[in-house]
Write a protein that binds this ligand. Sequence first.
Ligand code: ATP
Ligand code: MG
Length: 246
Amino acid sequence: MKPVLEVRGLGVSFGVLRAVDDVWFDAEPNAITAVIGPNGAGKSTLFNLISGQLRPTVGRVVLDGADVTVRSPHLLQRAGMGRSFQITNLFFELSVFENLRLAAQRLESKRRMLLPVGRPGPARSRVDELIARFDLSAKAGDLAGGLSHGEQRRLEIAVAMAARPSILLLDEPTQGMSHADTLDTARLIRDLSRDVTILLIEHDIGVVMDISKHVVVMQHGRKLAEGPPAVVRADPAVQAAYFGHA
Ligand SMILES: Nc1ncnc2c1ncn2[C@@H]1O[C@H](COP(=O)(O)OP(=O)(O)OP(=O)(O)O)[C@@H](O)[C@H]1O
Ligand SMILES: [Mg+2]
């Protein structure tokens, strides 16, 4: 199967620190590839390199066969990349509906750009679909800032899905959630992977083992190991570096 995303020797340094150092892996279509590793391993920085927030000093990012290295986040979004951030990144003073509607704008044709946002059309339909799928109908008119933490994190995934990405990058979507919310979110992410390729940073190893097809382990900016969850988990180097601390 042709990978949706190919990460080829990516690297970036902050001063003397090689935050991401020669990282290679593929993300297969309609599957979850998890990126795990201790705090400071370089996971979020890797996402920033892939999604254009940061410019790599070396390496390439290939999306659907096209080299997209050093494209701006905005162009990458147009090329089919959606992402959520480790720190909540919503418009708190806008409603749930408005957050989603803004994120879905790319689905509207240029000639409809100046029409009222509430009008029926591709963006409006997408928003309605996401509100139902993410169980946010009772909250559609509420300000995003007034939602519970779990609801905000769920809304962020919905926002990242709004423009129908071909790949979704999720940076610790379950961070700070209760155990029950974590399990619900894991189920939701697994269901989403039927429609979209997912790259997931996740600290909950139970979740990673449960829902991912492929696991990439990072340590000190480098890829320590990769493979199916059970194989990675059994790797002595991974156990020492990661599970040993659990
Ligand atoms: N903009 C920056 N400037 C300087 N150093 C940075 C910058 N961003 C990250 N770092 C450093 O790079 C390293 C990797 O950080 P990163 O946030 O990618 O780790 P992480 O694996 O996502 O960690 P966590 O699990 O805590 O989220 C850390 O040592 C961090 O302090
Ligand atoms: Mg991080």
